[in-house]
Design a protein around this ligand. Structure first.
Ligand SMILES: Cc1cc2nc3c(=O)[nH]c(=O)nc-3n(C[C@H](O)[C@H](O)[C@H](O)COP(=O)(O)OP(=O)(O)OC[C@H]3O[C@@H](n4cnc5c(N)ncnc54)[C@H](O)[C@@H]3O)c2cc1C
Length: 456
């Protein structure tokens, strides 16, 4: 069976590992626009423009090359349970079912275990504990040793530009550009794993979407509280803990008017040394000024080292920390479409339209009130930093979702007869989590239960 994987990033690498586990004899061709040097949108030469938009997910949240965004990400692997949504649609209900069924098996592929229970801390909030990938092994392409798999032929510097399909249902060939030359190759099955926005750009360019606009949403985030003295709220301790080189973190999740929100702790906001550590660990970016940051604030650096190396927990500078509230942007009006402008490869870029929904502020205020109610009930010492929440100034957290309208997973698996699109964009809600890992049990279910029926 000849399979094409279009994109060597987070999902592409996971897909290949699962394919080889199930079908050790598969012949896989992996296309990637980049190589082992992971690049940003500007560096690789893709184009996106912001029309009426505050969304920087394409310019600042996309990475290209082996491992894709997993080369730079936090690596927090979270999945859904029945607690996440009061009224999930059928697709999300299926995702929840598969997450519950296969979470442990999926996490074991990363040598991770997460048996932490979710606790109801009030009638409106529950906790979810996250286990992160080891700080030293975040890149899925390297973790799954994709370049050492004999079943995989890697075509680097090959930009997939579109898919040929006569009937809109079956993919006849992948069209890609190599050294400026357009080429075609045909396969039995295709996994489209080029990242949420580029996958959509490829579908738009191929006439494989229902309209010339693809709608999406994402989280909106804002710093809301400063908490003092203790990292405990009630019986729950929100300080990050270390397990090996991995982090264990905790958040509170709730829902108002079928819109999810999560309240999560952030530490050491004004601690230059900590910022330097994050830059080096997550972004693999080093500057000499980071060394100077050690000497600028020796007492806090010693406290940090003691907390991390001896106490195995996050240091809390000045005994103060912050709570952010992130909500699902309750807007159905945000979309991408093909741009009139072409990029370095001579193919159309994307225009991005994105605003906070008109109900966003009301949702934020309700979420904030739920948080205050809980902080008061627990007798916490806190300060409200954002009285009136101005959602226009929110920083974005990039978890695009809601790009498709799959009725359920059967519909998802069969939308195209010989292709599966794998991105967080397939989720109709992203809830109160960073949702990348929630799709992995779905991928495994497709490969183990459905792929063979497609190839008959
Ligand atoms: C800083 C940061 C931190 C994050 N932290 C977390 C977290 O802790 N937990 C979490 O769940 N999520 C997190 N995310 C989100 C997460 O990184 C993404 O959801 C996930 O990486 C998406 O995977 P993907 O395979 O769709 O895209 P990518 O991993 O970006 O892979 C896309 C791949 O396709 C290739 N490609 C692109 N276009 C083409 C083309 N036309 N032809 C050929 N190849 C192409 C690219 O080179 C790349 O290798 C974070 C994101 C960022 C930016």
């Amino acid at each position: 069976m000849k399979i094409a994987v279009l994109g060597a990033g987070t999902y592409g690498s996971y897909v290949i590992n699962s394919l080889i586990e199930k079908y050790p004899k598969s012949e896989i061709t992996l296309f990637d626009v980049g190589d082992k040097h992971v690049k940003s949108e500007e560096e690789i030469g893709f184009f996106s423009s912001l029309k009426k938009s505050m969304y920087k997910g394409l310019t600042d949240g996309r990475y290209f090359g082996f491992g894709g965004a997993s080369d730079k990400w936090g690596g927090q692997l979270l999945t859904y349970t029945d607690n996440d949504f009061a009224h999930p649609d059928d697709f999300m209900r299926d995702v929840i079912r598969l997450d519950k069924k296969s979470k442990d098996e999926m996490l074991s592929k990363f040598n991770i275990e997460n048996k932490f229970p979710e606790n109801n801390v009030s009638d409106k909030l529950f906790t979810k504990t996250g286990v992160w990938l080891s700080a030293l092994h975040r890149n899925f392409f390297h973790w799954f040793k994709i370049n050492k798999r004999k079943q995989v032929r890697i075509l680097s510097h090959c930009r997939v530009v579109k898919l040929d399909s006569k009937d809109g249902k079956t993919i006849d060939a992948v069209v890609y550009k190599e050294n400026g030359e357009e080429k075609h190759q045909s396969f039995d099955f295709y996994f489209l794993t080029a990242g949420a926005f580029e996958s959509v750009r490829i579908l738009l360019s191929s006439g494989l979407t229902k309209s010339d606009k693809v709608y999406f949403s994402d989280h909106l985030s804002q710093k809301v509280f400063k908490v003092k003295e203790t990292t405990k709220i009630g019986n729950e301790d929100y300080v990050f803990r270390m397990r090996g080189t991995s982090l264990i973190t905790k958040r509170m999740i709730g829902e108002v008017d079928d819109c999810s929100f999560y309240i999560h702790p952030v530490f050491n906001l004004k601690f230059p040394f900590f910022e330097s550590v994050k830059e080096v660990l997550f972004k693999h970016h080093f500057e000499w000024k980071y060394v100077w940051n050690i000497f600028k604030d020796i007492p806090n650096v010693i406290g940090f080292a003691w907390a991390v190396l001896v106490l195995r927990r996050m240091y809390v500078m000045n005994n103060e920390w912050f709570l952010y509230i992130d909500i699902e942007n309750p807007s159905k009006d945000n979309y991408v479409m093909l741009s009139a402008k072409t990029d370095k490869f001579g193919v159309p870029g994307l225009d991005v339209y994105y605003e906070a929904g008109k109900d966003a502020e009301a949702i934020f205020i309700k979420a904030k009130d739920i948080a205050i109610e809980h902080l008061n009930a627990c007798g916490s010492d806190y300060e409200v930093l954002a009285e009136k929440i101005n959602v226009q100034t929110c920083e974005d957290i990039y978890h695009p979702y809601g790009m498709f309208d799959f009725r359920n997973v059967e519909d998802y698996y069969s939308r195209w007869s010989n292709m599966l699109v794998v991105t967080t964009g397939c989720l109709s809600r992203s809830g109160g989590i960073n949702p990348t890992a929630s799709m992995l049990p779905v991928v495994d279910d497709f490969i183990s239960e459905y792929l063979s029926t497609k190839l008959c």
